[in-house]
Design a protein. Structure first.
Lengths: 349, 262
């Protein structure tokens, strides 16, 4: 795989507040990469730096082996889908999409074909003559995407493009965007604060907080093996339990000894044990290694979400079977469901 | 019943108070007499006299030229000022808006006298240029005020989107920002034009060397016996003009709504 964009030592601050702190990242060709993090973590600023809308205080942006740090946005082979679409209200759908091509002085025949092609890609054929303010939010979203991809950029930047859509529409668009990316072979850099969106769409997920990368990896890596407390809490729900590594793939927590799969710990080293709510097995009390009292219960459709009190610590577990509030239930965890984190990677969340 | 009648009476009297002066001016423009208190018969000669009374005709031309120039200059300046204000950081905006609104709230007499003092300190010779400058001065804040809300409605990323699609800075302003705030600019221009055409007090203090617009011309002739009723004729034309414009706009906007519904 070829590195298409490299961000080297990017530092950026606004009003003496550091937004990005010595940030390094590379993005491969044809990759669907997602920057995810809480608001204010610097993900949008990073996207704007790649797009050329913000200058960096320090550091370099390299595109296709060329330093483009000082290049104006109109000279970059990058297009952007903005958060609130930023469609031009005085132009209709056709003219909005043709806007970039006309600036490049393509002939009208070619423009016509390309506009039709891009409208078909976003399933909006026959909408050419519509006014922008007569489109729904979802349709405006599609026009914004068509307006960007019609220029056939090498990279498409998407700044929380689905944030304003309702849940069903958002799920459809997630799927369509993913399909579009495969079809067009364009690198997508996607910014979101929605961890579910990040997991379901991306090849690579970059979890950010306070202007720094917390973890980079495939969605599976990020979910199953979070590097620190921040990632474990931000991506999905987690039970984080203090424990002690005993050596020999054995870990002790809640006064019980469990088998695990991690090995890169010293004997008797303290660690944080991460267990996802859905990874607990509810078992008979006599076989259980952990016992807890049910304090609360929420029906979620597919499963029940139970809050348990285990030795005065709150656990969240997902289970298909109902349980009475106040009753005691037994839990067990399989070795491959237990993930250990270093305690010194403590990142308060 | 009584109260209904008295209510409609109040309405009729109110409307009469509003319209009688206008109607009187119209009537006088057809009066074949120099004196406003006697009616000698119907004539159109005052309409002709607009063109034959040289000083009146010049004053009218001056009014329109000043208004046109003031409109063009203040609209251009106001647009750029509004663009700059919208780019300011949030904490500076109230201060700048205050500075913009101050001249609007100021009494014309204060504006007029202070401009007169400044022009004489700077050693300008009073005449058409000082009057134009003064008109630009009091029109520009109105233009800024009518454009800013449009800029506020504009998507925060509209400029970035234009740059993203290949516009230079200048192209982005011309092709995206200006068309998007077009209505605000037109409104501002119209306000500037009417403000300038209407103005008397500021014009009075900032003109000189024989240059007068319509309002200062009337003032200079008010107490003479030779007051030319052609001024009534010109006023009647202006009234008719605005009336027709209003009717046209009303008919058009209703038609526009019907199309939208379909």
């Amino acid at each position: 795989m070829k590195k298409l964009i490299e961000l080297k030592n990017i530092t950026k601050s606004f009003d003496e507040q550091i937004i990005l702190d010595d940030f390094n990242l590379y993005i491969n060709e044809n990759e669907f990469i997602t920057l995810v993090g809480p608001s204010g973590c610097g993900k949008t600023t990073l996207l704007r730096i790649i797009g050329g809308f913000e200058n960096t205080d320090e550091g370099h942006v390299v595109f296709d082996n060329q330093d483009i740090t000082k290049l104006a946005p109109n000279d970059r082979q990058i297009n952007t889908v903005f958060q609130k679409y930023a469609l031009f209200p005085h132009l209709n759908v056709y003219d909005n999409i043709a806007f970039g091509l006309r600036l490049k002085k393509r002939d009208e025949q070619e423009i016509n074909e390309l506009v039709k092609w891009s409208l078909k890609l976003v399933n909006l054929s026959n909408y050419e003559q519509r006014d922008i303010d007569r489109l729904s939010g979802g349709q405006q979203q599609r026009v914004a995407i068509a307006r960007a991809i019609v220029n056939k950029p090498k990279v498409l930047l998407l700044d929380e493009p689905l944030g304003a859509l309702d849940l069903k529409l958002r799920q459809n668009m997630q799927y369509e965007l993913k399909e579009l990316q495969k079809k067009l072979h364009i690198t997508f850099v996607f910014v979101t604060h929605d961890q579910e969106e990040a997991l379901s769409m991306s090849d690579t997920v970059v979890v950010m907080n306070n202007g720094q990368i917390q973890q980079i990896g495939t969605p599976e890596d990020i979910y199953n093996e979070p590097k620190n407390r921040f990632v474990a809490n931000f991506i999905g729900e987690s039970n984080i339990i203090p424990g002690k590594y005993l050596g020999n793939k054995l870990v002790e927590f809640e006064n019980a000894i469990f088998e695990c799969v991690d090995t890169n710990f010293k004997e008797n080293e303290l660690c944080d044990v991460v267990i996802r709510p859905e990874d607990f097995d509810v078992v008979n009390l006599e076989n259980a290694k952990i016992k807890g009292i049910v304090t609360d219960k929420v029906f979620k459709g597919v499963h029940y979400e139970l809050c348990l009190d285990v030795n005065n610590k709150e656990y969240i577990i997902h289970t298909y079977e109902d349980a009475q509030i106040g009753s005691t239930i037994g839990l067990n965890v399989d070795a491959f469901e237990i993930h250990l984190m270093k305690v010194n990677s403590l990142e308060n969340a | 019943m009584m109260s209904k009648i008295s209510k409609s009476m109040i309405l009729i009297i109110g409307l009469m108070l509003l319209y009688i002066p206008i109607i009187i001016v119209c009537l006088l423009s057809f009066n074949d007499s120099m004196r406003p208190y006697e009616f000698n018969g119907f004539t159109l000669k005052w309409y002709q006299a607009i063109f034959t009374d040289k000083s009146l005709f010049n004053a009218i031309i001056n009014t329109w030229l000043i208004a046109l120039c003031a409109m063009i200059i203040s609209t251009t300046a106001g647009t750029f000022i509004a663009l700059q204000i919208s780019k300011l950081k949030q904490k500076y905006k109230p201060l700048v808006m205050f500075l913009n609104n101050m001249p609007i709230l100021n009494a014309d007499i204060v504006t007029g006298i202070s401009l007169m003092i400044i022009f004489s300190i700077l050693g300008f010779s009073f005449g058409k240029y000082t009057m134009l400058l003064a008109h630009v001065f009091f029109c520009t804040p109105f233009v800024v005020l009518s454009i800013l809300p449009r800029l506020k409605q504009l998507d925060d990323n509209a400029y970035d989107a234009a740059r993203d699609l290949g516009c230079s800075h200048f192209q982005a302003i011309i092709k995206v920002i200006i068309p998007a705030i077009k209505i605000g600019i037109i409104t501002g221009a119209l306000i500037a034009f009417t403000m300038s055409i209407d103005d008397f007090i500021i014009s009075y203090y900032t003109t000189g060397s024989g240059f007068s617009n319509f309002s200062t011309w009337i003032y200079s002739r008010l107490n003479r016996r030779t007051f030319n009723p052609a001024a009534y004729a010109y006023n009647t034309i202006i009234i008719l003009g605005s009336l027709l414009t209003l009717v046209y706009i009303n008919l058009n906007s209703k038609g526009g709504k019907k199309i939208e519904k379909n």
